[in-house]
Structure formats: C-alpha cells, structure tokens
Design a protein around this ligand. Structure first.
Ligand code: FES
Length: 107
C-alpha cells in the first residue's frame, strides 16, 4: 500500500530537484517512514523525480524545487534539501502541511 507519493520537479538547471529528492529519500529512511505498518498493513512512502510540474509561475521564484504530494494533492514551492527533515516529519509523519512552503495554485 502506498501511503504517500511525492513527485519532485527536477527540471531546474541547478539540479536542486535531484538534491531535494535525495534528501527526502534519506529522511524517509532516517525517520522510519519509508516502509512501515499503517492500520495493520505494510505501507510505503515513495519519492520520485519527474519532469516539470509546470508550477514555476506559482513558485516563489526561489532557489528550490516544486513538490506535489499525493493523495492529498498538496503543492509545495521553493523546497530545498534542508526542508526535507521537517517536510517528512510534519507532513508525512504528523499530517500537518508546511504552511510556509505551500503554493496557492492560480490557473
Ligand atoms: S521547473 Fe518545474 S515546476 Fe519549476
């Protein structure tokens, strides 16, 4: 069972998206949230890079990457590798989105 699926845009020239994905994967392992038991079933949180999420116009024009987390469909912008610790702990562990990184999607 997949508990959460995180997609990280790695379309930036700086390569920050790959660094964010690596940091998120490392944090999942460190915090014991990569594979665990939820409601009596084996569960996984998965992180993968993806091509552009087409969210730059909504990003804060910062140096980070855009990330979307399903099944909630929560979008984050300007996520940097240092944010992985609290994103994994707060959002995936406690179910509390990081309000300072949330994107409001304007279509
Ligand atoms: S470069 Fe893909 S969302 Fe910004």
């Amino acid at each position: 069972m997949i508990e959460h699926h995180l997609f990280v845009c790695n379309h930036q020239k700086s390569g920050v998206g790959d660094d964010v994905a690596k940091a998120l994967k490392a944090e999942l392992k460190l915090q014991g949230l990569k594979t665990f038991v939820s409601r009596g079933q084996k569960a996984h949180n998965r992180v993968q890079t993806c091509n552009c999420l087409d969210l730059c116009k909504n990003c804060k024009k910062g140096a980070g990457a855009a990330v979307v987390i399903y099944p909630e469909g929560v979008f984050y912008g300007n996520v940097r590798p240092k944010d992985a610790v609290r994103l994994v702990h707060e959002h995936l562990g406690l179910g509390r989105p990081l309000t300072d990184l949330l994107l409001s999607i304007k279509k």
